[in-house]
Design a protein around this ligand. Structure first.
Ligand SMILES: [Zn+2]
Length: 210
């Protein structure tokens, strides 16, 4: 669809399709679990996801990534920020999982960065692009846990202009599946002297095969 035309289309809720400027209406927000899903994938101390990867959040993440509904990044980021507020976590800054330049050029934005910026507003901590992609990573979809780990190994690095040593971070990604990407990003931060790493995602996707 033409991008300019899309700008003038009224936004509908991803879940129930009513007109809703935030992209995700209060009634669909109420369908999310009352308590966030907790996970721990070393070296990440603790992580939260708003919901399992199922409707209505599944559609919202899809619209954020593939339908240019950037407003959803702010809305979901806001909800993720509120979920993190309830945790007793201490971190200096919010760091989105980076996106490959080629992919960024095609999409025009990194959805994890928009989520992180939405969270930053709620949490009052800066969002910084601390991490960068060092090499191309093939699609993780369809891969098992072991292959995913292999696929992202040494794929990320720390942006040289950022200081990591003795700092704590909140990593942000849209979906966590096996956690291979988040775990590799956290490992890079720890290797560069980070003290603690936490994580927040919009949804947790469970792999059926492992
Ligand atoms: Zn709705």
């Amino acid at each position: 669809m033409d991008l300019l035309f899309q700008l003038f289309l009224p936004v509908r809720c991803s879940g129930c399709k009513i007109y809703e400027s935030s992209g995700f209406c209060p009634s669909c927000q109420n369908k999310l679990p009352k308590n966030p899903i907790l996970f721990s994938i070393p070296p990440i101390l603790e992580g939260v996801a708003l919901s399992f990867y199922s409707p209505p959040i599944e559609q919202a993440i899809h619209d954020l990534k593939f339908k240019h509904q950037k407003v959803l990044g702010w809305t979901l980021g806001h909800l993720m920020g509120e979920a993190v507020q309830k945790r007793d976590w201490d971190f200096h800054c919010i760091a989105p999982v980076p996106m490959e330049k080629k992919k960024w050029k095609k999409r025009g934005y990194n959805q994890s960065e928009i989520l992180a910026r939405g969270m930053s507003k709620v949490l009052g901590r800066p969002c910084r692009n601390i991490l960068e992609v060092l090499r191309s990573v093939s699609h993780q979809v369809g891969l098992g846990r072991k292959e995913r780990l292999e696929n992202v190994k040494e794929a990320f690095g720390v942006n040289q202009s950022e200081s990591v040593s003795m700092r704590s971070f909140l990593l942000v990604d849209d979906v966590v599946t096996t956690g291979a990407t988040l775990s590799e990003c956290a490992a890079v931060l720890v290797k560069n002297g980070a003290e603690k790493v936490y994580a927040a995602c919009a949804a947790r996707h469970l792999l059926s095969e492992s």
